[in-house]
Ligand binder design. Sequence first.
Ligand code: PLP
Length: 439
Amino acid sequence: MASRTRKPAAVSTKRSAKALRRAQNQFPGGVNSPVRAFGNVGGTPRFIARARGAYLTDIDHNMLVDYVGSWGPMILGHADPRVVKALREAAGRGTSYGAPTEAESELARIIQSFFPSLEMMRFTSSGTEAAMGALRAARGFTGRDKIIKFEGCYHGHADYLLVKAGSGALTFGVPDSAGIPAAMAGLTLTARYNDAAHVEGLLKANAGEVAAVIVEPVAGNMGCVPPVPGFLESLRTLSRKHGALLVFDEVMTGFRVSAGGAQELYGIRPDLTCLGKIVGGGMPLGVYGGRREIMEKIAPLGPVYQAGTLSGNPMAVAAGIATLKQLRPSLYKRIDNYGERLEHGYRELLARHRLTAAFNRVGSMFTLFLGVGKVNSFETAARNDRDQFRRYFHRMLELGIYLPPSPFEAAFVSAAHGSREYQRTIRAADDALGLLNGA
Ligand code: PLP
């Protein structure tokens, strides 16, 4: 029998509801990025007033244990004093110059210490731009137009990357959003994640035409789905064999699943890598880079043009340096241990409440898929029970636990999460999961 946590007396969302009504007049859906609107779960998104450590405080003064972490960047927790200090100091020196700084090279050196495969790199202002830059570099370098991406993987909102699988095994992609010319989507081939044979088929059917295979080496945008053993190794072998570049989109996994990302964790060296999120310490910063001979194709050295007014912005670079300097083995031990305890705690609760679910986790990144026993692909992720998720999500939120408002997202632990947050989360999960089987 579940030990029910009583509904906290003071859960009010009046101010958030009012703020949403005003914002809906100003922004599509009242938000500046779609998933924030709670479209998958319904209800009122919380408007945030401030954040510190493992907690968000909304404008109704509710304090929430945060597992979204700004969708990944906040590995140190919110308002980390070292990052805040670095930002204050940087702001005092001016917020943007549009000219090179020594700090950019300092950040590049730190990145290279974690990611030796980035022999040369370019800074951008977002993960989307990093993926666009990497693929333009791949196309410029190989002289080929097509790319292979995976169903359920997200690489930002560039036209040719918002494509999901076509129906046939070897068909061209169809756009996943209005406003994308079919001709652009047609250059994107979509493969099944964790299915190397499918990739091989696409490479053979498009021999000499594929510039790059781009992959989230641990998928995070269909919920957390780790690669099956041998999958990434096969991508390395196959892309090399067919003259295509292997691009790891580590915008989410970089500095997350280990300090050196998935490429360190699984021991695979891609040709190009995209970084974002943690690398900017919560400020807008993306990075793409990799083999020197490829990156030497980028302007002004080479013919592949890519630029940005705020690229390498001094405040973003300062936040990035301050964050990456804290990424010691002890930090990963702490957040991975927390993830492991959470997984064990959830597994016990799921058994106790007799619920079918998959708890996927790599280190401090995890997703609970309700209503489906095993998730290793987009197809299996899509079988999750959305109604169960919606009820679970809202009960957790009522009890002060802020999870991603979609069953297709990964949640993140920060170094500021400790025993208190763990206990509170497990107590809430006991209650919320208990609701699902009517206990
Ligand atoms: N690539 C991956 C794997 C991501 O998870 C994201 C964003 O969630 C992006 C690229 C796009 O990054 P941004 O939102 O900074 O443009």
